[in-house]
Design a protein around this ligand. Sequence first.
Ligand code: PLP
Length: 430
Amino acid sequence: MNYYSLNKQAPNTSFKNAVIKGLAPDKGLYFPERITPLPKEFFDNIDNLSYSELAYEAIKQFVVPEIPEAVLKTIVEETLSFDFPVVKLNDNISTLELFHGPTMAFKDVGARFMARCLGYFNKNNNKEVTVLVATSGDTGGAVANGFLGVKGVNVVILYPSGKVSEIQEKQLTTLGQNIKALEVNGTFDDCQVMVKTAFLDESLTDKMQLTSANSINVARWLPQLFYFMFAYKQLHNQYEDIVFSVPSGNFGNICAGMMAQQLGLPIKHFVASNNVNNVVTRYLISQLYEPKPSIQTISNAMDVGAPSNFIRIQEIYKNNFDTLKENISSYSFTDEETKAAMLEVFNNYNYVADPHGAVGYLGCKSYLSDRPGAHCVFLETAHPTKFLDVVEEVIKEEQPLPEQIQSVMGQEKASVVISTYDDLKRYLLK
Ligand SMILES: *Cc1c(COP(=O)(O)O)cnc(C)c1O
């Protein structure tokens, strides 16, 4: 499969090149040239397919032949070595738990898939690749874990100092080996700008092969479409009108859901659930797309002022505002509302939601308020103990730490503090 740049000023390129380059030379995000819907029998037969079989069939057209079928099968199986359970709260609302991977964030799947693709492409290559990634919290840990020990790949993670949780910080600063953490004096948006600047800086890219592991990278982004298929598989015999509420920051996850919809998965509607960083909520009301600097919230992985994948969403719906509105609604919630939702979910359903999941829950409630017949699935994108302080403060109950988290808490943090793009450049060139 070839990919084109959404800025339309760069040549189309292969999956391999799109993964290695991350961003097109014209700064555009890559998008697949074609999306061929899966046959109806595929969905009729979904009960008889394992998660790996399902995922393999769904992603094959975007990856083969640059990765041979047999290799892709192995990559998919290794990527999906944990559970994706749906938990029902009531007849209208379920949650899809995406936190059973090694770093307990949904980004594990994309990171593990991408690391294996890059590992495959690099197998016979002596030139090292540097993966440069900005994180608002969870990406860093998932990427660090997914890429740890991958031959020929160095990982440099930028995160905003003091704006990620202690557990998140430990997950991305303690692994060592080929994983390095840079602590930036600034916001997540500052980190993201530095990464984008580096990709476009020829005095840097002439000397080293840089790539991204944010959801701008197609190998990080596309595997997220599996989630929506996994939820559908678990729910389609019980419910007809399935709606997904996706706690959104850079809009990669929800946009992957829309790819699943393009492949024929019968998804009735998407709800983009946001904290107060709500550029898309405002856009759907005013038709004016006005990014703003991000504001810090308790759902910090969604503190994104300028969501990078929104342009892919517009492409999927052919840049037609009416089609977009038919398929997506968006609501935005304050931290106070989010905390109240965490408490409500705990009291009513004895379920502990993390702040991101709680925003998703609120999105379901808003959507269902005038569509009582639908079944809304909110994605639980991180395990609640990754946001321990706020979770314990709200539900007033101590949470046991899962093993994955306990194991990093005792480790020593190692990071380098930087403030400007020049600091980053110096670091990369040294
Ligand atoms: C990254 C992240 C999100 C936002 O996902 P996007 O694909 O950037 O929209 C939501 N919740 C958690 C816990 C995350 O780590």
